[in-house]
Design a protein around this ligand. Structure first.
Ligand code: NI
Length: 169
C-alpha cells in the first residue's frame, strides 16, 4: 500500500464527472487499498478517486470514528435510488483544507453500488452516513461542497482563496 497525493481545489480533476469502473482487476484493488490508507492518514472519513487524481467512479467511506456501527464502505459506480427529508451539516473536505461550510443534504437515502469484487449492494442510510455518501457521490459527479452553498458564500470562499494564494507567493 502507498499513500497517494491528495488533489486540492482548484485541480481540474476535481471538476470532472468520473467514468464508471468496468474492470475489477488487481490495479483497482491496489487503488482502493491506497485510497483507504490515504484517507486514514489524512485523517478523513471519506475519499473519492478524483481526490487522488483518478477520474473513476469510486469512493471509500469510514465514519466508524464517529459512529461505530458502520465499517469501511467501498463504493463503486454508486447511484442514489431514493431520498427523503432534509438535513444541514457543517462539512469539510480534504481537497479544501481549512474550510468548512453548512451544506443542505437529504436526511435519508438509499444508494445502490458495487463492492470491490463487483457485487451489487444497497445501503439504506441516515444521519452522518447519508451526508458522507452524498458528499462522496458529489465528488464523482465533479461537484465540491462549495458547489452546494449559496452564491454569496461561494464568492466569499473564492475571495478568501485568492487572498490565501497571494500571501503564499
Ligand atoms: Ni470531499
Amino acid at each position: 500500500m502507498a499513500l497517494r497525493e491528495i488533489q486540492k481545489f482548484p485541480a481540474p480533476v476535481l471538476k470532472k464527472k468520473t467514468a464508471p469502473v468496468s474492470v475489477f482487476d488487481e490495479n483497482l484493488q491496489k487503488l482502493i487499498d491506497d485510497m483507504v490508507e490515504t484517507m486514514y492518514a489524512a485523517p478523513g472519513v471519506g475519499l473519492a478517486a478524483p481526490q487522488v487524481g483518478v477520474s473513476k467512479s469510486l469512493a471509500v467511506i469510514d465514519i466508524s470514528s464517529r459512529d461505530e456501527k458502520y465499517p469501511l464502505i467501498v463504493l463503486i459506480n454508486p447511484c442514489i435510488v431514493r431520498t427523503d427529508g432534509e438535513i444541514e451539516f457543517e462539512e469539510g473536505c480534504l481537497s479544501i483544507p481549512e474550510y468548512t461550510a453548512k451544506v443542505r443534504r437529504s436526511e435519508n437515502l438509499i444508494v445502490r453500488a458495487h463492492d470491490r469484487e463487483g457485487r451489487e449492494f444497497e445501503i439504506d442510510a441516515g444521519g452522518l452516513l447519508a451526508i458522507a455518501l452524498q458528499h462522496e457521490i458529489d465528488h464523482l459527479e465533479g461537484l465540491l461542497l462549495i458547489d452546494r452553498i449559496s452564491p454569496l458564500k461561494r464568492e466569499f470562499f473564492k475571495k478568501r482563496f485568492k487572498k490565501a494564494q497571494k500571501s503564499e507567493k
